[in-house]
Design a protein around this ligand. Structure first.
Ligand code: CP
Length: 313
């Protein structure tokens, strides 16, 4: 008999794109992440005997280390590489063969790769769940879960907020996943970027059908009304041409002057790393929440590991 309750099943599931998740599923992940807050302090043996492999073909500080810390906090163990040059990738092994090897050693794999589609390809070959830890300029779904968790924790809700995404909206994968996720909620979205770094057309066409989006917004004009300012680094490593990067380098900077007319309860997020797009003078203001966001990355990844490995429903 139909009970009215929608079944959610995370066990064994790949996390490749944020677009694979409904709002109800995202809310459940955020709820579970909240229950992980005390466990992040005390530790747990919930995933004792389980092994996470982190296969990182691109540099990372937060994503890889927070996945590994999350697994350790839950009683599991980690294997993997942070530098493909020290793995058989250097000898020419392809991604599919690496995945078909590592699946024998681990219960779950977190993958970061420079190529778009790499996580999807890995999931097609893998017998164990694949979590996308960032693929090229495409997506970074676990960062989006972290961003949403931070917004909900700091603002008490997601619905009804005005959110501005500023920076490299073309090559920044975090803003693509976040935009898809925000479009599931009652959000008004403002996009602020240099002309050449505008949001990808495929993302725009998806989200514009769901929420109001202002492209090419003027930051000074919208500053007094926005609740969340999400700042991103210009992704120098993704520019096909160094002269194109030189044209936009330093094109925007958030400092105390920029924030003069900001709401007192506005929050500033950044997936990090930052280069020069937020002045350090902002760090000590009550608006800056990017280091809290880093903490939230652990509890969110604890939630994802425990759900996908079936320790929690
Ligand atoms: N936010 C993020 O992806 O940071 P890392 O590149 O350090 O993992």
């Amino acid at each position: 008999m139909f009970s009215g309750a929608i079944q959610m099943n995370f066990m064994g599931r790949d996390i490749v794109s944020i677009e694979d998740f409904s709002q109800q599923e995202i809310n459940h992940i955020l709820d579970i992440a909240k229950t992980m807050e005390p466990l992040a302090k005390t530790g747990s043996d919930m995933l004792k005997g389980k092994i996470l492999a982190t296969l990182f073909y691109e540099p990372s500080t937060r994503t890889r280390l927070s996945f590994e810390a999350a697994m350790l906090k839950l009683g599991g163990a980690n294997i993997g590489f942070a530098e493909p040059d020290f793995a058989s990738v250097r000898k020419g092994e392809n991604l599919a063969d690496t995945i078909r090897t590592v699946e024998n050693y681990a219960d779950i794999i977190a993958l970061r790769h420079s190529l778009e589609g790499a996580a999807k390809l890995a999931a097609e070959f893998s017998k164990v769940p694949i979590i996308n830890g960032g693929t090229g300029a495409e997506e970074h779904p676990t960062q989006a879960f972290t961003d949403l968790y931070t917004i909900r924790k700091e603002k008490g809700r997601i619905d009804g907020l005005k959110v501005a995404l500023i920076g490299d909206l073309r090559y920044g994968r975090t803003v693509h996943s976040l935009a898809y996720a925000l479009a599931l909620y009652d959000i008004e979205l403002f996009l602020v970027s240099p002309e050449t770094l505008r949001m990808r057309k495929d993302v725009i066409s998806t989200i514009k059908n769901k929420i109001p989006v202002t492209e090419d917004a003027n930051l000074e004009a919208i500053m007094p009304k926005i609740d969340v300012l999400y700042v991103t680094r210009i992704q120098k490593e993704r520019f096909p041409d160094a002269t194109e990067y030189a044209k936009v380098k330093g094109a925007y900077k958030i400092d105390l002057k920029t924030l003069k007319n900001a709401r007192k309860d506005m929050i500033i997020l950044h997936p990090l790393p930052r280069v020069d797009e937020i002045a350090s003078e902002v760090d000590n203001t009550p608006l800056a929440k990017y280091f809290q966001q880093v903490h939230n990355g652990i509890v969110v990844r604890m939630a994802l590991l425990s759900l996908v490995l079936g320790a929690i429903k």
